[in-house]
Design a protein around this ligand. Structure first.
Ligand SMILES: Cc1cc2nc3c(=O)[nH]c(=O)nc-3n(C[C@H](O)[C@H](O)[C@H](O)COP(=O)(O)O)c2cc1C
Length: 343
């Protein structure tokens, strides 16, 4: 059913408009009694429950950052079977992001290119919605991903991140420092260990008891992946998320003219799978067993999620395949995970 809807309707729509239409459905699914009905169909088997970061998750599979930038879809995403939702990226100062169009499908590769540029309503608006969410008795685990406001100079980045962390950490189940999106000038440069150390250290202080993670790019060379992972352990962070989107366009099947027309931005989806898995293995090889590693990038099937868990991920996230596989995606993954555990 969804493949037909995708081919005949969604693939003909502007991708960002299609995202807003999808988000409208997700929001509706978060409202009772629809949320109860959806939840009855999609509730993960209890044997998928897992603990990480001192938190209990209904399933190890969750929604990656960027899908719900403004904390409006958490209940609906839980109703679809996701075990956690990472909201954001949220910036201290509200911002519109880059001019549209800024989201492009590469259908033959089951991939997308985005240069959204952290469009979001800002940390104060996110805090208000998170406060409301915390009053719900049953809710998904909610991580909050924070990034640098575009108008703030890179040299002032620490204060900007600390502003968001101070406001949002008390309302988050876990907090993520995003230094890996390719669409904010200078952001990825913050991954260099000498700049990252003071930044993470200051945000760690601001986050208090809330678990803190750092999210890295797949384009870092292996030695830098290891250096950032070791730094995170050194500073007493709770985990690392690998990976964000890539600036590489290698190995694509989409016609080069279509890829060129999409222009700059981060590539996500199936082409990221191999590198994301390799980065997970690198990170896991240098961090202790109790350090949480979240794997994201190119995950499409329950087999992919199982592979990440077997490679040492504590949690797995996805985004792009949700666009291609539709609303039952998390349910399919959860069912497949359950079946593979039984086999
Ligand atoms: C449209 C879009 C927007 C995104 N926005 C963010 C973001 O705001 N912050 C972030 O950390 N990652 C963002 N990401 C990256 C995803 O969280 C994820 O790391 C990446 O897409 C790889 O996973 P996937 O292959 O399952 O999509 C975005 C991805 C997409 C496709």
């Amino acid at each position: 059913m969804y493949p037909l809807l995708f081919r005949t309707v969604l693939a003909r729509m502007d991708p960002e408009t299609a995202h807003h239409a999808g988000m409208f459905v997700v929001r509706m699914l978060g409202v009772p009694p629809l949320s109860w009905a959806a939840r009855a169909l999609t509730r993960p088997d209890e044997r998928l429950r897992t603990t990480a970061l001192g938190l209990r998750f209904d399933s190890p599979f969750g929604v990656a950052a960027g899908f719900d930038k403004n904390v409006v879809g958490v209940a609906g995403l839980r109703a679809l079977g996701f075990g956690h939702v990472e909201v954001g990226t949220v910036t201290a100062i509200p911002q519109d992001g880059n001019p549209r169009p800024r989201l492009f499908r590469l259908i033959p590769d089951r991939a997308v290119v985005n240069r959204m540029g952290f469009n979001n309503a800002g940390a104060e608006a996110a805090a208000k919605r998170l406060e409301k969410l915390r009053r719900r008795r049953r809710r998904a685990v909610v991580g909050v991903n924070i990034g640098k406001s575009r108008v703030v100079d890179v040299s002032e980045a620490t204060a900007d991140y600390v502003r968001s962390a101070t406001l949002l950490a008390p309302l988050a189940d876990y907090l993520v420092v995003n230094v890996s999106s390719p669409n904010t000038p200078g952001l990825r440069g913050l991954q260099a260990v000498e700049t990252l150390r003071p930044l993470l250290s200051a945000v760690h202080d601001a986050a208090g008891a809330t678990p803190l993670l750092v999210k890295i790019a797949p384009d870092l060379p292996d030695d830098e992946v290891e250096a950032v992972a070791r730094l995170a352990v050194d500073l007493g962070l709770d985990g690392l998320i690998a990976t964000n989107t890539t600036i590489s366009r290698a190995g694509l099947s989409t016609p080069p003219a279509v890829v060129a027309a999409a222009g700059e931005g981060g590539l996500s989806g199936a082409p990221l799978r191999e590198r994301s898995l390799a980065v997970l293995r690198r990170v896991r090889s240098v961090v202790p067993a109790d350090f949480c590693v979240v794997s994201v990038g190119g995950v499409e099937t329950a087999g992919d999620v199982r592979e990440r868990l077997d490679a040492g991920a504590d949690l797995v996230q996805g985004y792009t395949a949700f666009l291609y596989r539709g609303p039952l995606w998390a349910r399919q993954i959860n069912r497949g995970l359950r079946a593979s555990a039984r086999a």
